[in-house]
Design a protein around this ligand. Structure first.
Ligand SMILES: *[C@@H]1O[C@H](CO)[C@@H](O)[C@H](O)[C@H]1NC(C)=O
Ligand SMILES: *[C@@H]1O[C@H](CO)[C@@H](O)[C@H](O)[C@H]1NC(C)=O
Ligand SMILES: *[C@@H]1O[C@H](CO)[C@@H](O)[C@H](O)[C@H]1NC(C)=O
Ligand SMILES: *[C@@H]1O[C@H](CO)[C@@H](O)[C@H](O)[C@H]1NC(C)=O
Length: 367
C-alpha cells in the first residue's frame, strides 16, 4: 500500500517543487542587485579556486576577478564577490564514459545551468583530469561537452564564463590526450595548471620542484605554438609544495624518493605529500637547512628531520619563484593568472603571516 493516497502524493510533489522554485528565486544577498550575474570583462583575470571555509574574506579583492567554488556553495561568498565585480563559478566534473551518450551529456549540462542560475552564479569551471586516449569516444565527447556547455551557459546566463582546466603542458601529460586546440576555441579560457609537474618522473627518482621555471615557461610556448590565443590562457601557480620523505639524502643534497608509479611513469610526486604555503612557512624556520635556493629549477626548498628522525625535503613556490612566471603572463599577453588554491595561505592576524600572505598575492602581478 502506498504511504499516501495517489492524489495526496501528487499534491506533495507539487508543494515540494513549489518550495524548490521559490527557494531558488529568493536572493540571499543584502541587496537584490548583488544577485545579478556579472557581465563585464576585466583586462586582467585573477582566477581563484576556493575550497571552502571563510578565509575568502581576507583575499585581496582588488585583484580577484573569478572565484571557482570547489567547496560547498557559499551564498555569502557569492554576494561578496558580486559586490566586488568578481564572478563566481561552479565546479564541473563528470565521468567521461557517462557523457559519451548525447542525452546524458545534455542532461548534465542542463543540470549545471539550472544549478548556476538558482545560485546566481556566473559560469562554470570544467575540471576533468581523467586519462583520455587520442581519438577515443571520450576524447570526442569531451570536446562536445565543452562546446555544448559553453553554448548553453552563454545562452542561458548572458555574460557567463566557461573555463576548462588543462595540465601544465598539452603533450598528453598524465595521459590526458585532449583536443586542446578545439577545446580552447569553444570555451572562454583555459586554466593551465602549472604545477604537479613531477607527476611522471622518467629520470632519476629524486625530489624536484613542483613547477620548475623553464619547464613551466616552455610549456606555454607549446600551447601558443598550437595557435591557441594568448588571451585564452590563464596561468595557474601553486600555493602549495611537496614534502618528500628521503630514502637517502646525498652529500650534494639530492633526496632519493620511493618509487610510486603513475600513469606509465616509474616514479611520481605521489611519493610526497602536498603541503600548504602556511605550513611550509612555519616548517622552514625549524628546518635543518633553512631556505635553500635551486638556481637551475629556480625554486626554494629545505630539508628537515621529522619526529622519528627521518629526513624530508620540501619543494615549494614563494614570491621569488612565482614572480618570473607571472612576468611571462605580461610579456606573452596571457589572459591572467590564478592559483591552487586561495585558502592555503596564513590569513591569521600574526604580523609575519600577514606580510607573507600579502607578498604571495602581490607576486601574482609579477616582479
Ligand atoms: C548516463 O549517466 C549515468 C550516471 O549519471 C550512468 O550510470 C549511465 O551509464 C549513463 N548512460 C549512458 C548510456 O552512458
Ligand atoms: C646515501 O647518501 C650517502 C651520503 O651522501 C652516500 O654516501 C651514499 O652513497 C648514498 N646511498 C645511496 C644508496 O644512494
Ligand atoms: C622565520 O624566520 C624569519 C627569519 O629569521 C623570521 O623573520 C620570521 O618571523 C620567522 N617566521 C615565523 C613564522 O616564525
Ligand atoms: C592588493 O592588491 C593591490 C593591487 O591590485 C595592491 O596595490 C594592494 O597593496 C594589495 N593589498 C594588500 C593588503 O597587499
Amino acid at each position: 500500500m502506498p504511504p499516501f493516497p495517489p492524489k495526496m502524493s501528487w499534491f506533495l510533489v507539487f508543494v515540494v517543487s513549489l518550495i524548490a522554485v521559490c527557494r531558488a528565486s529568493v536572493c540571499p544577498c543584502e541587496r537584490a542587485e548583488l544577485c545579478q550575474q556579472i557581465h563585464g570583462e576585466r583586462d586582467f583575470e585573477v582566477f581563484v579556486f576556493d575550497v571552502g571555509g571563510k578565509t575568502w574574506k581576507s583575499y585581496n579583492w582588488s585583484m580577484v576577478t573569478t572565484v571557482a567554488m570547489f567547496g560547498k556553495y557559499d551564498a555569502e561568498l557569492m554576494c561578496y564577490a558580486h559586490s566586488k565585480g568578481a564572478r563566481v563559478v561552479l565546479k564541473g566534473d563528470v565521468h567521461l564514459s557517462y557523457i559519451v551518450d548525447q542525452d546524458n551529456r545534455t542532461a548534465w549540462i542542463m543540470e549545471k545551468v539550472n544549478l548556476a542560475k538558482s545560485q546566481f552564479m556566473d559560469g562554470i569551471n570544467i575540471d576533468i583530469e581523467q586519462a583520455v586516449e587520442d581519438g577515443s569516444p571520450e576524447y570526442l565527447a569531451l570536446t562536445d561537452l565543452v562546446k555544448e556547455t559553453t553554448e548553453a551557459f552563454h545562452r542561458e546566463i548572458p555574460g557567463s564564463q566557461v573555463s576548462f582546466d588543462v595540465a601544465w603542458s598539452p603533450k598528453c601529460i598524465d595521459k590526458r590526450c585532449y583536443d586542446y586546440v578545439t577545446i580552447a576555441e569553444f570555451c572562454d579560457l583555459l586554466f593551465v595548471m602549472s604545477y604537479d609537474e613531477q607527476s611522471q618522473i622518467m629520470g632519476d627518482c629524486i625530489a624536484m620542484a613542483n613547477a620548475p621555471l623553464s619547464q613551466t615557461l616552455d610549456a606555454y610556448n607549446q600551447y601558443l605554438n598550437l595557435n591557441i590565443e594568448p588571451k585564452k590562457l590563464v596561468m595557474g601557480v601553486p600555493w602549495y609544495g611537496y614534502d618528500y620523505p628521503c630514502l637517502n639524502l646525498s652529500q650534494e643534497g639530492i633526496c632519493s624518493i620511493a618509487e610510486v608509479p603513475f600513469r606509465g611513469a616509474p616514479c611520481s610526486d605521489a611519493a610526497g605529500r602536498q603541503k600548504p604555503y602556511s605550513w611550509i612557512m612555519k616548517q622552514v624556520n625549524s628546518s635543518m637547512s633553512g631556505r635553500l635556493w635551486d638556481s637551475k629549477q629556480h625554486a626554494p626548498y629545505f630539508n628537515y628531520k621529522d619526529q622519528k628522525g627521518k629526513i624530508h625535503q620540501v619543494w615549494y613556490d614563494d614570491p621569488q619563484s612565482i614572480g618570473p612566471k607571472a612576468d611571462l603572463v605580461k610579456s606573452k599577453g596571457l589572459r591572467g593568472i590564478g592559483m591552487w588554491n586561495g585558502n592555503i595561505l596564513d590569513y591569521s592576524e600574526d604580523p609575519v603571516a600577514r606580510q607573507q600572505t600579502a607578498m604571495m598575492w602581490n607576486a601574482l602581478l609579477g616582479c
